[in-house]
Design a protein around this ligand. Sequence first.
Ligand SMILES: Cc1cc2nc3c(=O)[nH]c(=O)nc-3n(C[C@H](O)[C@H](O)[C@H](O)COP(=O)(O)OP(=O)(O)OC[C@H]3O[C@@H](n4cnc5c(N)ncnc54)[C@H](O)[C@@H]3O)c2cc1C
Length: 291
Amino acid sequence: MNNYDVVVIGSGIAGITAAIYLKRASINVALIDMNAPGGQLLNIKAIENYPGFKEITGPDLAWQLYEQVTKLDIPFYTEEVIDIKDGENKVVTTTKSVFNCFGIILATGRAMRTLGLPNEANYRGKGLSFCATCDGALYKDKTVCILGTEKEDIDYLLGVCKEVIILNPTLECEYKNNKQIRVINQAKIEKLEGQSKLESIVVNGEKINTSALFINLDSVPSISFIKDIPIKKDKGYIVVNDKMETNIKGIYACGDIIKKDLYQLVTAASEGAIAATNLRKEIKRGCNEMK
Ligand SMILES: Cc1cc2nc3c(=O)[nH]c(=O)nc-3n(C[C@H](O)[C@H](O)[C@H](O)COP(=O)(O)OP(=O)(O)OC[C@H]3O[C@@H](n4cnc5c(N)ncnc54)[C@H](O)[C@@H]3O)c2cc1C
């Protein structure tokens, strides 16, 4: 059994930030991730909206974060968490071991829903994007397509792009055709085409020239390991208060796993810091009560 004050599950930017804040405050913390550190960062070709970097690749930022983890000697376990249990002490079970701790920070993010087309991976970061707020500005004054009808993302694209083609998977769409908008209902993407980057797509048998395709389908929060704990959720996302506390004492959550308005690196990092700071205070309060 491994004993820690806090176990942080997930080593994306939210989890790593939380671990850095805890360790620097002398809290005995461990970080667990089933994959390499960085989470979604490992899929991002270019980041242009993270303060302090004019442009940086996701893997480069992930590496810098991991260097902070190693410099601070934060124990990092490459293991998949399969269960957590509540109680006076909390128990985190992975495929390899068991962790006993006072508090848990959940930072396991969410999984993207993809198109399932064979050549999809070739166009990632080369016209194919999963984030309009992150990449929309790269296509200023261009024609772009968006699969899905999420208003916030469509409005963002309408603010920067010349033409937005809305590929609506269903029959109803609140947007109507006009000079800047074209709506294709019951849209089914059949092909992605282009030499070194995305140049066109085939939708319902029609070839459409486009500079980008934004996939805006619902993502799925990664919470399958939370089985027995009645943690409060909204559409699968974990509900937290402004301290990043869940409804279960001693369990905090941050980053893409929580219900919120803006799913970005800067918000995930900020929530990691808030979760860590409030859990640290809870631990100190607990220690004082025992004296
Ligand atoms: C293609 C793309 C481009 C983006 N571009 C930008 C951008 O330019 N700017 C911007 O601000 N934001 C961007 N974003 C959004 C940003 O990447 C996310 O908001 C952010 O990375 C979320 O961080 P996180 O730490 O919450 O989760 P994640 O980064 O998803 O990390 C979660 C971690 O939890 C681990 N995990 C999951 N389940 C388990 C388990 N059971 N056991 C152990 N480990 C587990 C995963 O392996 C993963 O490492 C982009 C997102 C995508 C998909």
